[in-house]
Design a protein around this ligand. Structure first.
Ligand SMILES: [Ca+2]
Ligand SMILES: [Ca+2]
Length: 430
């Protein structure tokens, strides 16, 4: 065979390099999101454009493959690496809903000959990973020497391999009871039994399939105004100022912090809540930083984006094609008659929730959970409690070069740790 081919090559010297068989060295790597790591167990196919003859092989541990005695010519080349859900979690640190994650690479019309017998292929997958809640700073800082609750913030994180636009996303706190006492209108754990709320349809699972908004804000934007690159954060501040520095409140009074190190600089936050035009008597600390876009105030609780200092908060993020203001609203189930001043709470489908985190005051002082197990099988807390400057923060699952993949097993007990001092855009490690 070799002799025949050699003879052909001799007869037609110009065509020689194209027909002579060569050993093709293939190297398959993952894309930059996975630090261009070598891709093992990847099936590679070379298809000759003219003859349609195909040659296949599988890469070794380093992502390399030698395909021997490939006739010179023009080839379409493809590579495919399929992970099971479990194998992908081991590789990437990312938990996905899909059964499998497939990476593909292809190159068309590649000339293969003795001068060109090396091929590199870069694998890419479809979108994997989600927008996550990364850090929640509900505790606030010392009431005398710190900034009280006005320095609270939530940090979100793009844990995916694709740009996410914040435009239109919602963030909410779930409403729940603070007492564990069982009443006629509660579930056995003391939580509201929403099934009993006035107007609740009998054919919905009111407690299992829905959350009820204690507070709801929507990110502004027309669709593609606020991109978040993979591995980047969004900081949502109660008020986007440097809380370590003196400032003048809305009431004209100067505010200083005795120990600036107990609080945070939120002047670089990406978004803030401003409720100064919602009340006749806004909080003095609710200053509108003109450089930081304001959230849309869908449903407010208190006089700013005030989180519960002891940690009785469950925070969730979601998107919805239907505006939340069109969602049904219900009173808490202890209400027997709806009056003008009865609070009605938006009902949010659990199916829309992309990420949610249950917080508690402490393991020995818990309130009834607000999130179904499917959203969060556990909870997180800060050891030093209210006004301690501590925040809850998600652990790191894996790093690929500069890109950090955060841990998200839908169990905050495992996925979260705490910072002694809340720190936006800082990573907690494993
Ligand atoms: Ca504010
Ligand atoms: Ca602003």
């Amino acid at each position: 065979m070799v002799l025949v081919l050699a003879a052909v090559a001799c007869e037609n010297r110009e065509d020689g390099p194209r027909v002579a068989p060569v050993d093709v060295a293939v190297q398959v790597i993952f894309d930059e999101q996975f630090d261009r790591a070598g891709a093992s167990s990847t099936e590679v196919t070379l298809r000759n454009v003219t003859s349609q003859q195909t040659f296949t092989g599988t890469t070794d541990e380093s992502g390399a493959l030698i395909l021997e005695a490939i006739p010179s010519g023009t080839y379409d080349i493809a590579a495919r690496r399929v992970f099971s859900r479990e194998a992908f979690a081991t590789f990437s640190g990312l938990q996905v809903n899909e059964e499998e994650v497939t990476f593909n690479a292809s190159r068309a019309a590649v000339a293969i000959n003795s001068q060109n017998a090396q091929v590199e292929l870069m694998l890419r997958s479809g979108p994997v990973g989600d927008l996550l809640i990364k850090q929640i700073y509900f505790a606030g800082s010392d009431r005398v020497e710190g900034a009280l609750f006005r320095d609270q913030f939530v940090e979100l994180y793009n844990n995916s391999n694709d740009t996410i636009f914040m435009d239109g996303w919602y963030i909410m706190g779930a409403l729940g009871r603070a007492a564990t006492t069982v009443q006629s209108f509660t579930q056995p754990d003391g939580q509201w039994d929403w099934q009993q709320s006035i107007g609740m349809p009998a054919n919905v699972r009111a407690n299992e399939d829905f959350l009820y908004g204690k507070w709801i804000y929507q990110f502004p934007g027309t669709g593609q105004q606020y991109p978040v690159a993979p591995g980047k954060s969004i900081v949502l501040a109660q008020t986007a100022i440097n809380h370590q520095s003196p400032f003048v409140g809305n009431d004209g009074e100067a505010v200083t912090v005795i120990r600036p190190e107990l609080t945070v600089d939120l002047s670089g936050a990406d978004f803030e809540v401003f409720l100064g035009e919602e009340f006749p008597n806004p909080l003095a600390s609710d200053i509108d930083n003109p450089a930081v876009p304001n959230m849309k105030n869908i449903f407010i609780f208190g006089r700013d984006f005030i989180l519960d200092n002891p940690g009785r908060e469950a925070v969730a993020i979601f998107k919805s094609d239907t505006p939340v203001r069109n969602f049904p609203q219900y009173p808490t189930p202890n209400v027997s008659e709806i009056r003008d001043n009865t609070n009605l709470y938006y009902q949010i489908p659990v199916a829309l929730i992309v990420d949610a985190v249950e917080c508690q005051p402490s393991p020995t002082n818990q309130v009834p959970t607000k999130l179904p197990t499917i959203l969060d099988a556990g909870y997180t807390f800060v050891p030093a409690g209210s006004f301690s400057s501590q925040s809850v923060v998600r652990k790191t699952a894996r790093t690929f070069g500069d890109r950090v993949i955060l841990q998200d097993t839908n169990n905050s007990e495992d996925d979260f740790t705490f910072f002694p001092i809340a720190s936006p855009r800082t990573f907690a490690g494993n």
